[in-house]
Design a protein around this ligand. Structure first.
Ligand code: HEM
Length: 375
């Protein structure tokens, strides 16, 4: 069977395939996918840098299955899912709010949550990978006393509506979850107190931003953007340790390990763009309506930007990393995600966890863009 870049995400080792793709077909049309595939650093940079390519198809700004539901309302106002001047203005508010939390505070919350999860004596990987990051971000938004755990549970339902190919049941569950999440987060938009929501409101007021609905939608977005991606980063870091990566002795070393895993075994392996106008790269033209799959994980290992790209090197100098995207939609949550992941891994090691207990060749969740091992 011929592998496609979407199937590669869940392979035990997709990297030889990606290396061939980037070397032989750095920007090419894939007949099986019916989409262009950008795989080397130059193509990925060009695709993420052009305003001609958008994050949603013009004909379907919101997935048809959730139009008219609370999930559709959230989806349609996410900075992640929209383009244009309004997106840029809202993005600036989101960036300000996410830049605010102190890294030590974030790590402290994640470490405390990890210790609570480990108190039962078992290592519940699912809870460590998905629950701890979601609860940490919920706590940063001011949700406490069980509301953080409720938000973490609900966001698991909401994210089901994001992948292309979600089914009716998933859309329904996402719609119910979105309505509950709005109820949970709504009161925090009074602009009082500390935390991510208060910062978002303060930034919005300073910019004379007129409407709270998009702020609420993007607060839900903080949780949904955290969920799969950070789970993948924690899981892939634990696997790197089981495969012989040096055990970090302090938080700085844990941070270096997590940041190199981001490049070496990207938790988000690809993203998509849709041509609103013609886009030219080299001799190739993507016509309006065309789709581009952007293989971030392949570009991370392009030897023209990262020497010795297949080796996990904790002291890499100025690595070029595409895992958090680039250009107008670049991820504003990188510091949060790496602080949380470093704290979870550090606490787990401090609790005596033995990396050798992980399966040598785990299965991966059947997702088209996130690489998350079943541990
Ligand atoms: C390891 C964890 C994470 C990874 C790998 C990751 C990756 C990404 C990528 C690739 C994009 C851009 C998608 C595109 O251009 O198509 C993105 C966007 C975004 N991420 Fe993250 N992310 C992570 C964690 C987080 C966290 C913890 C937050 C916030 C709490 C966050 C908030 C966002 C937001 C708001 C956007 C939309 C930005 C925009 O469209 O302008 N992310 N992320």
């Amino acid at each position: 069977m011929t592998t496609t870049p979407l199937q590669a995400v869940g392979l035990p080792d997709p990297y030889p395939y990606y290396a061939d793709l980037a070397a032989e077909r750095p920007f090419a049309h894939d007949e099986t996918l019916g989409a262009w595939v950008a795989a080397d650093a130059a193509a990925v940079r060009a695709v993420l840098g052009t305003p001609s390519l958008r994050v949603r198809p013009a004909a379907e700004p919101v997935p048809a299955g959730i139009v008219g539901t609370a999930a559709g309302e959230v989806f349609g106002e996410l900075v992640r899912m929209t383009d244009g001047p309004l997106q840029r203005r809202l993005k600036a508010l989101v960036v300000q709010a996410l830049a605010r939390p102190d890294r030590d505070r974030v790590a402290g919350l994640a470490a405390a949550s990890t210790r609570a999860v480990l108190a039962g004596g078992e290592v519940p990987y699912q809870e460590l990978m998905f629950g701890v990051p979601a609860r940490t971000v919920a706590a940063l938004m001011g949700l406490t006393d069980g509301a953080d755990a409720e938000a973490a549970r609900l966001i698991g339902d909401f994210v089901q509506c994001i992948p292309a190919g979600a089914d009716e049941e998933q859309y329904k569950a996402a719609a119910v979850a979105a309505a509950s999440l709005k109820d949970l987060l709504g009161p925090g938009l009074d602009g009082r107190g500390e935390g991510l929501l208060a910062e978002l409101v303060r930034a919005a007021r300073a910019d004379s931003w007129p409407d709270t609905a998009p702020l609420l939608a993007n607060a839900v977005g903080f949780l949904s953007q955290t969920y799969d991606a950070t789970a993948g980063l924690i899981g892939n870091t634990l696997l790197a340790l089981s495969r012989g990566a040096a055990r970090p002795g302090d938080p700085k070393a844990a941070d270096a390990l997590v940041r190199e895993v981001v490049r070496h075994d990207a938790p988000i392996q690809n993203t998509r763009r849709f041509a609103a106008e013609a886009f030219t790269h080299g001799d190739h033209v993507v016509e309006p309506g065309g789709q581009v799959l952007v293989v971030l994980a392949a570009a991370n290992r392009d030897p023209s930007v990262n020497p010795d790209p297949h080796t996990l090197l904790l002291d890499r100098v100025n690595p070029v990393v595409f895992t958090f995207g680039a250009g107008a939609h670049r991820c504003p949550g990188e510091d949060l995600a790496t602080a949380i992941s470093g704290a979870v891994v550090g606490e787990l090691l401090a609790a005596g966890w033995n990396p050798a207990t992980l399966p040598e060749s785990p299965r991966y969740r059947p997702l088209a863009n996130a690489r998350i091992p079943h541990l």
